[in-house]
Ligand binder design. Structure first.
Ligand SMILES: Cc1cc2nc3c(=O)[nH]c(=O)nc-3n(C[C@H](O)[C@H](O)[C@H](O)COP(=O)(O)OP(=O)(O)OC[C@H]3O[C@@H](n4cnc5c(N)ncnc54)[C@H](O)[C@@H]3O)c2cc1C
Length: 407
């Protein structure tokens, strides 16, 4: 089955491809070596507004499909997975505001993020609470017109770099996940400090660090949604982020296949190109097959994600439709939302593992050269390794899928 891309989707893909090849690729190994994305490149990326492709035009986004974002981010990943991961984290920092922000909050906080004037981050993980967010310790206590936050967050992408953070904290620990709430915290708020940056294995261009909150007071207006909505907001955010990262996985795998094919055709052993050897051909064939499957699963997840992302604008979209058409489209939307969580977990699980196998095969095909920093496959291999851990490990994706399958 060939997935039909709309003209608009092809447009985003093309813009991202040109930008990635001309502006990102030349800097990719330096980004990995230095552990940072140059400020100039970050600014260009944010100005192009890749990060807000699937967010509403009303707040500065492009109101385009999630698939448009996935296509763009896959092109960027082919050049530098770090830059693609940064773009996904920037989008992730906006989802809580999109899902739960009031009109005032969206105007004040979401718009500058969509426009690329500011950068966002999403903070759920803690030193003792990763796969099991219920065990987190951060609290928010209401004191007059403020909430006072205390606790520590770990492994937060864009920490210290971002301007606007969504922080998940307990407002009522006894209620477990129903006692979690989400807060907007702006950089510079008294009591908010950043802890040591992680020296990462892969995705080294991304800034990942901890956040310490010591009597960090935010106005009560910075609560997102209602008290107790935090877990729901966090899960909706990670589910959509999983689709975004699936696109990064597809991009890495595609780049690795291209590199491996090019090398296999020119590297000669036993007086012939190594591409002539069946053992090498089988690695290429397996990678190509898995890429096709990962791409289709990712596209399907992106397609379902739109039902989740745009459910809020449902009313406006449906104005002018007959009652029957509205009923059908509501039913369709409900069905897609229900299917979404499982398919998003499948896409994240499969794409990240396909990316890692593709990168591992590419290293193998490059032989000794594949084990050196001069070979891009080495970098893709380290970058791919991060994908099966960030935004939920492969084990957690399998648990999510199994739960849905056993329902
Ligand atoms: C580069 C990077 C960027 C990140 N960015 C962010 C961010 O921006 N915001 C944020 O909030 N978080 C972020 N994270 C955190 C990430 O989501 C967590 O690392 C991830 O959820 C795993 O949590 P953990 O590291 O505590 O591992 P743990 O939960 O301690 O897991 C350790 C191992 O145990 C396994 N395990 C745990 N529970 C089970 C179970 N029930 N069954 C089977 N196996 C299990 C896991 O699969 C894993 O293999 C980032 C992480 C990385 C690496």
């Amino acid at each position: 089955m060939e997935w039909e891309l709309s003209e608009r989707e092809k447009g985003f893909q093309q813009i991202a491809r040109e930008f990635a090849q001309s502006e990102v690729l030349p800097l990719a190994s330096e980004i990995d070596r230095s552990g940072k994305i140059p400020k100039g490149l970050r600014s260009k990326l944010l100005d192009l507004k890749f990060q807000s492709i699937p967010l509403p035009r009303k707040f500065g986004g492009a109101s385009a499909s999630m698939l448009s974002f996935v296509l763009a981010v896959a092109e960027i990943a082919k050049a530098s997975p770090s830059v693609a991961f940064f773009t996904c984290a920037s989008l992730g920092g906006m989802f809580p505001l999109h899902f739960a922000g009031s009109e005032e909050q969206k105007a004040a906080f979401l718009r500058p993020l969509c426009e690329g004037e500011k950068l966002g981050a999403f903070a759920l993980t803690e030193p003792q609470a990763g796969s099991d967010p219920i065990s987190m310790q951060t609290t928010a206590v209401r004191e007059g017109d403020e909430f006072v936050l205390n606790g520590e967050k770990a492994f937060i992408t864009n920490a210290a770099l971002a301007d606007t953070y969504t922080i998940i904290a307990y407002t009522d620990k006894a209620k477990k996940h129903k006692g979690m709430s989400a807060f907007i915290v702006e950089k510079g708020t008294k009591g908010m400090k950043f802890t040591k940056m992680a020296d990462l294995l892969g995705m080294r261009g991304c800034i990942v660090a901890g956040i310490r909150l010591e009597d960090c007071a935010v106005p009560k207006e910075n609560l997102l949604g209602r008290e107790g909505d935090g877990f729901k907001i966090a899960m909706e955010t990670v589910n959509i982020e999983r689709v975004a990262l699936s696109g990064v996985g597809v991009g890495i795998a595609e780049a690795c296949l291209e590199l491996a094919c090019e090398y296999a055709k020119v590297r000669k052993q036993f007086s012939q190109p190594i591409a002539n050897f069946e053992a090498v051909q089988f690695m290429l064939a397996d990678t190509a097959t898995e890429i096709e499957a990962a791409r289709l699963l990712t596209f399907k997840a992106a397609n379902l994600a739109d039902a989740v992302l745009y459910r809020f604008s449902q009313e406006q979209e449906q104005r002018g439709l007959s009652a029957e058409a509205v009923a059908v489209s509501q039913e369709e939307r409900r069905r897609k939302i229900e299917a979404f969580r499982k398919i998003a977990a499948m896409a994240k699980l499969f794409s990240s593992e396909v990316a890692l196998r593709a990168a591992s095969n590419a290293v193998q095909i490059h032989g000794g050269f594949g084990c050196t920093k001069e070979c891009p496959a080495e970098r893709f291999f380290r970058d791919a390794r991060i994908l099966s851990i960030a935004v939920g490990t492969s084990e957690i994706q399998r648990i999510t899928i199994a739960r849905e399958v056993l329902k």
